[in-house]
Every structure is written in C-alpha cells, then in structure tokens.
Design a protein. Structure first.
Length: 255
C-alpha cells in the first residue's frame, strides 16, 4: 500500500466517524429499473498518449466489459457519453463556451477517432450521447430518455471521477434517480482523486460499491421487455378511458 493510500485511509476512517455521527453516509439503495451511464470512455480517455488519457484502464476496461455484459443480458438501457465539439466552428461562436479557457477541449472534434466510444465497450443497440459540458445530463436528452424507460437507478461509470462522473452523479440524484458507482469502473489522471471523490460521493450523493455487488444485483432483476415505452402508452390510454367512463357514469347517476 502506498503512503498516499495509507494517509487517505486514515483520513476517511476519521471522516466516516464524523459523518455517521451527523447522519451522513446513509444508503440510497437499488431500485428495480436500472440503466448504465458510461461517461466519456472514448478513445481520447481510454488510449494512451492523449491530453485526456486516464490511468488504470487495465482495470477499468475489463470491469466495464463484465458490467456491460450483465446489463445486456437483462436488456437494460446502456448509454455512453462522449465530449466533442463542432470542428468547423471555432472562436466567438464555438459550442465550447468558456471551457476551452481551462482545459484543451478544442482538440475534441465531433466525428473524430478520439471522440468515438472505445470499441471494446460499444455494441449495437447502445445509445451514444455527445455532450458539451461535464455532466451527462447538462444540455442533453438523457433525463428524458431515462424517464421514458421508467428508469429509477443509474449505474454511473467512466472518467473522470473528479469531473464528468461526479457531476453526472450529482445531477442524477437531483433528477430523482438512484446513483450507484462501481469503484472498479471509474478513473482519473491524478493519484488520490478517485479515492477522495468516491468517499465524498458515498457520503452525500450515491452508493459506492464493488462491481461484483452491482453485477449480482443485475443478475437478480427482471429483464427489460424492450417495449416499455409502448406498453406504458397503452396502459395510459386504457387508464384514461376508464377515468372518462367512470366520470360519465358518475354524472348520469347525479341526474
């Protein structure tokens, strides 16, 4: 164990005691309808030699493959996000906003190899969303997509832990989803950043656990039928018709 990890473990133990005394670190738990939200595991982050390259892909990619296999076996929604910008618009009217003044997002172009989801993780039927900001929810249709499929639990994975993953988790609980973070499926570039943010998220915003526990949960749920939106619409129409008929009968009785 590194000196840094020993120091963090000591700090986390002391902070956990403080948090628990004050009512933090409660469990939000799993719901019944999960989705996997994979944040920015595109080539610019998963492959070496790029400004955005992240560490420990030798752990993250195999863990992600196992998690995705378990999710696909139950036909749950799988969403990958990438971050990229229009290559033919730069300067004053760029879709980068001000972010390029802090980090080199100007090298992330829509349609490029760097912005493409790592082929080891992408399959036909997965949804890919191109975002412009840190959170997978900000300015995208992710919330509407999840709500249409009646998702109540989001398994958030990817990079970076201190940036896009964290902001996605914070937005997820704000929008009424239960965030779950498998620790082997997230990463960053700087030592200590992953551990600190996992600790803080587990205290305030979602549940952090091992990927094996998340896979065991997925193995135990009912498969998605793949037609949830259509089925819900039929049910809604039937319920609406029943309400109209009941109201008409009520009015006749009053007469």
């Amino acid at each position: 164990m590194s000196d840094l990890q020993e120091m963090l473990d000591k700090i986390f133990a002391e902070d956990s005691e403080l948090y628990q005394q004050r009512g933090f670190q409660r469990r939000i738990g799993f719901g019944t309808r999960p989705a996997i939200i994979d944040i920015d595991l595109a080539n610019a982050w998963t492959r070496p030699g790029h400004a955005f390259s992240c560490d420990h892909m030798d752990t993250i990619i195999p863990a992600m493959e196992r998690l995705l296999d378990a999710g696909r076996a139950k036909n749950i929604p799988i969403v990958h996000t990438t971050t990229a910008y229009a290559k033919n618009v730069r300067g004053e009217w760029s879709d980068m906003g001000l972010w390029h003044n802090k980090i080199p997002v100007d090298v992330l172009e829509e349609g490029s190899y760097e912005a493409a989801i790592d082929e080891r993780l992408l399959r036909d039927g997965d949804l890919v969303i191109c975002k412009k900001r840190a959170s997978g929810f900000h300015g995208t249709y992710l919330q509407g997509f999840l709500s249409a499929h009646r998702v109540d639990t989001v398994i958030v994975t990817g990079v970076t832990m201190a940036g896009c993953v964290r902001h996605t988790v914070e937005d997820a609980i704000a929008y009424g989803f239960r965030p779950i973070v498998p620790r082997e499926c997230v990463g960053d570039r700087v030592a200590g950043v992953v551990e600190w943010n996992l600790f803080d998220i587990d205290a305030k915003f979602g549940d952090v656990m091992g990927v094996d526990e998340v896979i065991a949960y997925l193995n135990g749920i009912e498969p998605f039928d793949g037609n949830t939106v259509v089925a819900d619409r039929k049910s809604t129409r039937l319920n609406s018709s029943h309400t109209v008929i009941s109201y008409a009968v009520f009015c006749l009785k009053k007469k």
